[in-house]
Design a protein around this ligand. Structure first.
Ligand code: DGL
Length: 265
């Protein structure tokens, strides 16, 4: 039904960057957000594990009435979305590293990609590169440990700074002019990245594009909430498979919001 909620999930809190854009573009939609914090990060896990966790969460969201699911995680999208579109009777919207917009934006054709080890190794990513990136030079940089810093609610700590420098400096040395944030967690690092790159590198973050795609799919599937006409801004319900206190604390740091988080088990 049109008034049913939109389900959004991620390995943890990275998908909140997508949620923020969805709230801006679609304030009339009720949302269920699930952070699989007990199992984050996904980026260093194998495909069967990520698929099993994503399936578990998808089924909980469907049980709670989700009319559509946004897989707000590049890693989970890469290993599940094709199957899930066949297995479940609802639409799915996924995320992928913004290679296509980066190619449009880059002037020198040298593009860095920050993503998880699993995303960069995935067949889906290889196909994306094969189909669209033959005319540019891509510098893929796996970033172990970076998503954990966001999970810990520490986007500005010295450890985060150190990891970022370690991952980005080799890309700067290659003279990249564009940097793709290929993991939803990394959106929360855009200010820190700007400092390291002295604001001279174009950053590509797809969270707004994902929210716009969600809107298009809701419209084409005739699932868009009608509460818009009444000007109602509906609630977001937050769930975590990890510590609900830690998750609420990290949400406060990342989104400056006091929210109640429920346990999902
Ligand atoms: N936020 C996720 C992504 O977009 C994964 C981070 C992780 O769990 O490693 O890939």
């Amino acid at each position: 039904m049109k008034t049913d909620p939109v389900g959004i999930f991620d390995s943890g809190l990275g998908g909140l960057s997508v949620l923020q854009q969805v709230r801006k573009i679609l304030p009339e939609e009720a949302i269920l957000y699930v952070a699989d914090s007990a199992h984050a990060p996904y980026g260093c896990k194998n495909t069967p594990f990520v698929e099993q966790r994503s399936r578990f969460i998808t089924e909980r969201l469907i049980e709670q009435g989700a009319k559509i699911i946004v897989i707000a995680c590049n890693t989970a999208t890469a290993s599940t979305i094709e199957k899930f579109r066949q297995d479940y009777g609802i639409p799915f919207v996924g995320v992928e590293p913004g290679i296509k917009p980066a190619i449009q934006l880059s002037r020198n054709g040298k593009i860095g990609v920050l993503a998880t080890t699993a995303t960069l190794a995935s067949e889906r990513y290889k196909q994306l590169v094969h189909r669209f990136a033959s005319s540019v030079q891509l510098y893929n940089q796996p970033c172990p440990g970076l998503a954990d810093q966001i999970e810990a609610g520490q986007p500005d700590s010295s450890k985060t700074q150190l990891l970022l420098t370690q991952y980005i400096n080799p890309l700067i040395a290659e003279n990249i002019d564009t940097l793709v944030l290929g993991c939803t967690h990394y959106s929360f690092l855009s200010e820190a990245i700007k400092k390291i790159t002295s604001g001279e590198i174009i950053m590509v973050d797809t969270s707004q594009a994902v929210a716009e795609q969600l809107k298009r799919v809701l419209q084409s599937e005739q699932l868009k909430s009608r509460n818009f006409s009444k000007g109602i801004s509906l609630q977001v319900k937050y769930y975590s498979t990890g510590s609900i206190t830690e998750t609420a604390r990290a949400i406060k740091t990342l989104m400056h919001l006091d929210v109640e988080v429920s346990e999902l088990c």
